[in-house]
Ligand binder design. Structure first.
Ligand SMILES: Nc1ncnc2c1ncn2[C@@H]1O[C@H](COP(=O)(O)OP(=O)(O)O)[C@@H](O)[C@H]1O
Ligand SMILES: [Mg+2]
Length: 375
C-alpha cells in the first residue's frame, strides 16, 4: 500500500483584520515525515496548523493532503488529528472512554473499538491504565492519553501544537523521544509546532523556521544549525559549535563522543554505542582549562577574539584546524592567546542529535581514531 500523509501547502495566506499573519507560505511534507514549525510566539504557527486541520479559513492558497485539496472539507473529513498543548481530556471519562470517544461517535463495532484503544494505549505505554480517571494521572500521562486519542483512528497525519509545553522540563525532555518513537512506529506524518529550538532540533526530520508569517528557512536540523541563512535564524537558533561524531562508552550520566578533533562528553539520552550523532554546544557553555580535563580531549590555541555587543568570543583552533568559539560577557575573562587550552563543558549542555547519514569510515579516516576504536 502506498504511504499516506503527503501534504502540499501552496501560497497559504491569512490576515486577521490588518494583521498579516501568514504570508504566502509554500512547502511540501513527505509521507511519514516529522516536520516542525519553529518560531517565536505570535509568528503564525498555530494559525497554520488550524488551517491544515480545518478550524480556520484561509484568505488564499491551497492545502492538499495526498494529492487532494482539502480546503473545502470540514475538519472531520480531512484525515488529520490534532494534539493540543492543554490535552483537553474529558474529566468525567476514564482513560479507555477518553480514547474510545471518537470511535464510539462514529458508531464503530465494540470489538473494533476495544482493539483500537488497546493498540493506541500500548503505543503510548499506558497499557493497564484503562480505568484511571484523568485527575489520577500526571501531566505526562494525561498528554499521552491525548496522543492515544489522536492516533486511535490511525490518521495519516497528526498535527501537534506545542504538546509538551505544559510539562515540566525533565518530562518534556523524555517525551520528546517518546513522541519521536511513536511517530516512527506509526510511520505517519507529524506536523509539530514549537517555539523551543532544542525540541525541534532533536525530534524533527526537517524544520521550517517561521518569522512573522514567513518561512525564513526550511531544512534538516543540522543544516539550519550549521548554516543559518538569515540573521533571524542564527539569532533564533543561536550560534553554536557543531561536531559530527560517534558514540563510544556510555556511562550512567554521560557518554563519550569521538569526533574529528578528539573526544568529549555529552549527556546520554537514548543513544547506542557506535551510533552517529551531531552534537551542538553553545559558545557560552564552552569552558576551558590549562590542564587536561577528564573525559575530554579537545586541545587548541586561541587565535582570535570577536566582539559583538556586550559579548566577547574567543576563537579556539583545535589541533586539526577546527574552530570552536567560547563566548562570555565582556569583562568575564577568556583565555590568553599564547598558551594551549583544553576545552570542556558540562555534558548536560551538549545537545545531541542522531545523524543517520554519518559514516564511521569518514570519521575514522579523518582522525587517527585507531587507538580509540581498539580500546
Ligand atoms: N482568532 C484570531 N483573531 C485575531 N487575531 C488572531 C487570532 N488568532 C491568532 N491571531 C493573531 O495572529 C498572530 C499569530 O498567532 P498564532 O498563529 O497563534 O501564533 P503562534 O502560534 O506562532 O504563537 C498573532 O498576532 C495573534 O494575535
Ligand atoms: Mg501557538
Amino acid at each position: 500500500m502506498e504511504k499516506r500523509g503527503a501534504i502540499e501547502i501552496k501560497n497559504l495566506d491569512k490576515h486577521f483584520g490588518e494583521n498579516h499573519v501568514v504570508n504566502g507560505i509554500s512547502l511540501s511534507v513527505k509521507p511519514g515525515e516529522f516536520l516542525s514549525f519553529l518560531g517565536p510566539s505570535g509568528c503564525g504557527k498555530t494559525t497554520i496548523l488550524r488551517m491544515i486541520a480545518g478550524f480556520e479559513t484561509l484568505d488564499s492558497g491551497d492545502i492538499s493532503i495526498d494529492g487532494e485539496s482539502v480546503i473545502q472539507l470540514p475538519p472531520h473529513k480531512r484525515h488529520v488529528n490534532t494534539v493540543f498543548q492543554n490535552y483537553a481530556l474529558f474529566p468525567h471519562l476514564n482513560v479507555f472512554d477518553n480514547v474510545a470517544y471518537g470511535l464510539r461517535a462514529k458508531k464503530k463495532k465494540k470489538e473494533e473499538i476495544e482493539q483500537a484503544v488497546k493498540k493506541a494505549l500500548d503505543m503510548v505505554q499506558l497499557t493497564g491504565f484503562e480505568k484511571r480517571m484523568p485527575a489520577q494521572m500526571s501531566g505526562g500521562q494525561r498528554q499521552r492519553v491525548s496522543i492515544a486519542r489522536a492516533i486511535v483512528n490511525e490518521p495519516p497525519v497528526l498535527l501537534l501544537d506545542e504538546p509538551l509545553t505544559a510539562l515540566d522540563m525533565k518530562l518534556r525532555k523524555e517525551m520528546r523521544y517518546e513522541l519521536r518513537n511513536i511517530q516512527q512506529k506509526l510511520g505517519i506524518t507529524f506536523i509539530y509546532v514549537t517555539h523551543d529550538q532544542e525540541e525541534a532540533m532533536v525530534m524533527s526530520d526537517r524544520i521550517a523556521v517561521l518569522n512573522g508569517g514567513n518561512i525564513e528557512q526550511i531544512g534538516k536540523p543540522e543544516e539550519i544549525y550549521k548554516h543559518p541563512k538569515s540573521a533571524f535564524v542564527s539569532d533564533f537558533i543561536g550560534e553554536t559549535n557543531a561536531f559530527d561524531g560517534m558514540v563510544k562508552d556510555i556511562k550512567k550520566d554521560s557518554m563519550t563522543v569521538v569526533c574529528e578533533s578528539g573526544h568529549f562528553l555529552a549527556k546520554t539520552d537514548y543513544f547506542a554505542e557506535g551510533e552517529f550523532v551531531n552534537v551542538s554546544i553553545r559558545p557560552h557553555k564552552v569552558q576551558w582549562s590549562f590542564e587536561e580535563v577528564e573525559g575530554f580531549q579537545l586541545k587548541g590555541m586561541v587565535k582570535d577574539y570577536i566582539f559583538t555587543g556586550s559579548f566577547v568570543s574567543a576563537v579556539v583552533e583545535l589541533v586539526n584546524g577546527r574552530e570552536i568559539r567560547i563566548a562570555r560577557l565582556a569583562g568575564e575573562g577568556l583565555p590568553d592567546m599564547d598558551k594551549p587550552v583544553y576545552l570542556f563543558w558540562n555534558p548536560e549542555d551538549a545537545v545531541v542529535m542522531k545523524n543517520p547519514a554519518g559514516n564511521v569510515h569518514d570519521i575514522i579516516e579523518e582522525i587517527d581514531l585507531g587507538e580509540w576504536i581498539k580500546k
